[in-house]
Ligand binder design. Structure first.
Ligand code: ARG
Length: 267
């Protein structure tokens, strides 16, 4: 049954693969399997089609294996789209494709200055009206200031402290206005304090489940979609009344991404 009017953007994995190394998960000696990738992506897409109002799919482009991770396209806020400026050259060529898609749908495109990196919803997550934003490995803190100024919203900047959790959405997941999953050790001590002081119900996940990308969760109303085999966090979620949908995303974890990275919430 459709839960709400959530609109998501995904990109099919025809050109997905491990063709370069830009995070500690990626290893050229550990390639992904194209057939399994497509099957896992299709299963995720089916789950999301059931739960979300609309799932849009952008055409993939050859030579851009990480374009499947649409969370990094940019950050949609109302009618604006803050277009990502990727830190690594390998992903910078994705931006013209995403720009075109959002322009065609009437969004006002906002670009960051040339020396300011920002990797979209991968590093910026709303919890109620507040934007929690990660920086250090991919996005720059100056991008947060620009978003706060342009939107007139509160942005809480969080410094990341473990390269394996290089985007905020690998270690932090807002569930609703008051709760969020997080992996404390992925943050520097002050960022941890900021989370604990500003999230009423901050649920710390165990290390072994954080490493299975449990924080990389797609949240649609009362439903949470994650990679499989995270029993302790599932228990916390069901105790709070969430429906948990587990699905195998192991082929994408090889690139350092899971469910949430494969989607971008556009409304
Ligand atoms: N290989 C991609 C990269 O390193 C994975 C991106 C994962 N996306 C995310 N939102 N965490 O850029």
């Amino acid at each position: 049954m459709k839960q709400d009017s959530t609109e998501l953007l995904m990109c099919s994995p025809e050109h997905y693969g491990i063709h370069y190394v830009i995070n500690p998960w990626m290893k050229l000696s550990r390639p992904s399997d194209p057939q399994r990738s497509l099957a896992q992506w299709t299963a995720l897409h089916e789950i999301l089609e059931r739960l979300a109002g609309t799932v849009h799919v952008i055409a993939p482009a050859s030579g851009l294996p990480d374009m499947v991770f649409t969370a990094n396209a940019g950050l949609p806020v109302g009618e604006r789209f803050f277009l990502s400026r990727f830190r690594h050259e390998q992903r910078q060529h994705e931006s013209p494709h995403f720009r075109k898609w959002f322009e065609a749908r009437g969004f006002d495109i906002v670009e960051f200055p040339e020396d300011v990196y920002f990797e979209g919803a991968g590093d910026a997550l709303f919890l109620g009206p507040t934007l929690f934003a990660g920086y250090r490995y991919r996005s720059d803190i100056r991008a947060h200031t620009l978003i706060a100024e342009q939107q007139g919203i509160q942005v809480l900047s969080l410094e990341l402290a473990d390269r394996r959790f290089y985007h905020l959405d690998t270690c932090f997941a807002p569930l609703n206005g008051e709760s969020a999953l997080y992996y404390p050790k992925a943050f520097d001590p002050y960022a941890r304090q900021v989370i604990e002081a500003n999230v009423e119900d901050a649920i710390a996940v165990p290390a072994e489940e954080a490493l299975r990308f449990v924080c990389n969760a797609v949240v649609i109303g009362r439903n949470v979609v994650i990679h499989q085999d995270c029993p302790r966090t599932c228990k916390e979620l069901t105790a709070r009344g969430f429906g948990v949908h587990e699905t195998d995303l192991s082929e994408f974890i090889k690139a350092g991404g899971s469910a949430k990275c494969l989607t971008l919430q556009i409304r």
